[in-house]
Structure formats: structure tokens, C-alpha cells
Design a protein around this ligand. Structure first.
Ligand SMILES: [Fe+2]
Ligand SMILES: [Fe+2]
Length: 171
């Protein structure tokens, strides 16, 4: 399990109770071979779909913890919110990708798990408000926020964005 972009927390730190609970929550998902294939797909230009899902799941988990919501189901739903195995630039999928990928991710998730209503909501409504259909749970809203937050971090992870800080150090 890799590190989360923008976070100082380390998943191998066994003294960190939140990290340990998070890992326990998502470990059955990351063990699936099909899920591991997400590492082969570029996502938001500079990262992989696997890393993006991990970023979203971790920030969703932390927000739920702060708000005393269902952090475990939210983390699991977030982990599977982009569980689709195709290149978004593939002409076969590109046209309707924004609208259809949440239901493809849900179908893939349901191949392996019986999902609870929070997990389903986190997956199926994560594209709101770009796509109609508001989340029905607070955890669902959390994933919509964490998804946009993680996407912003990922897009800005290009070395270009580090240049101002680099020049500040020089001058
Ligand atoms: Fe998505
Ligand atoms: Fe996403």
C-alpha cells in the first residue's frame, strides 16, 4: 500500500490507530486481482487510478472520523468509487464516461462484495454535481468532496507546480 498524496501519515506505522483501522477496512478490496489492475491506468494525468482511489478513501475516512460518521463504509465505498477497468480515452467509453463509470464501478464492486447502502451511495453518486443524482447519505457527500480534493492535489502534483517553491529556495 503506497502513501497518500498530500498526507504525512504512514500506513506502516502500527502505533497509528487510524491508519490501522483504515488498512483493515480496505484490505479485502486491494487483495482482489482485478482491483490491482487499477495500478495500470493513468488517472488525472500524473497518477494511477489505484493511487487516486487510495487518496479519496483516506481523506473520506478522515473526514468521517472528524464528523463521527460511518468511516469504515465510507472508506470502502470511496476505495471502489472508480473501480472500472478501461482507458478513459478509449473511444468506446469516452463519450459517456462521466455518466456511466459510477454504475460500472458499482457492478464491479458487487462482483466481489455484498455492499451496504452507504458503500453503494458513495460509489453511485460520487460524480454529483457534475452528474444528476445527489448522494443520499452524509458519507456519500463526503466522497464527492474528497474526490474533488484528491483530483486537485493530483493534477497539481506535476513538477511545474513545484517550480515557484524551487525558485523561492534559490533566491
Ligand atoms: Fe469517478
Ligand atoms: Fe474519482
Amino acid at each position: 500500500m503506497t502513501k497518500v498524496l498530500g498526507s504525512k501519515r504512514i500506513f506502516s506505522d502500527i502505533t497509528d490507530d487510524e491508519c490501522m483501522e483504515f488498512l483493515n477496512s480496505v484490505s479485502s478490496i486491494v487483495q482482489i486481482d482485478a482491483y490491482q489492475q487499477l495500478k495500470n491506468y493513468t488517472h488525472h494525468y500524473y497518477t494511477t487510478r489505484y493511487q487516486h482511489s487510495l487518496n479519496v478513501a483516506w481523506y473520506s475516512y478522515l473526514m468521517c472520523k472528524k464528523l463521527h460518521l460511518n468511516a469504515v463504509s465510507c472508506a470502502r465505498g470511496a476505495m471502489m468509487h472508480d473501480f472500472y477497468l478501461y482507458d478513459t480515452h478509449d473511444a468506446k467509453y469516452a463519450k459517456k464516461h462521466i455518466q456511466t463509470h459510477p454504475s460500472i464501478a458499482l457492478k464491479n464492486a458487487q462482483k466481489y462484495f455484498i455492499l451496504d447502502p452507504v458503500e453503494v451511495d458513495c460509489i453511485i453518486h460520487h460524480m454529483w454535481p457534475r452528474v444528476k443524482g445527489k448522494p443520499r447519505t452524509k458519507e456519500g457527500y463526503i466522497v464527492t468532496i474528497a474526490d474533488k480534493y484528491a483530483a486537485s492535489l493530483e493534477v497539481c502534483s506535476h513538477p511545474f507546480y513545484a517550480l515557484p517553491a524551487y525558485f523561492k529556495k534559490i533566491f
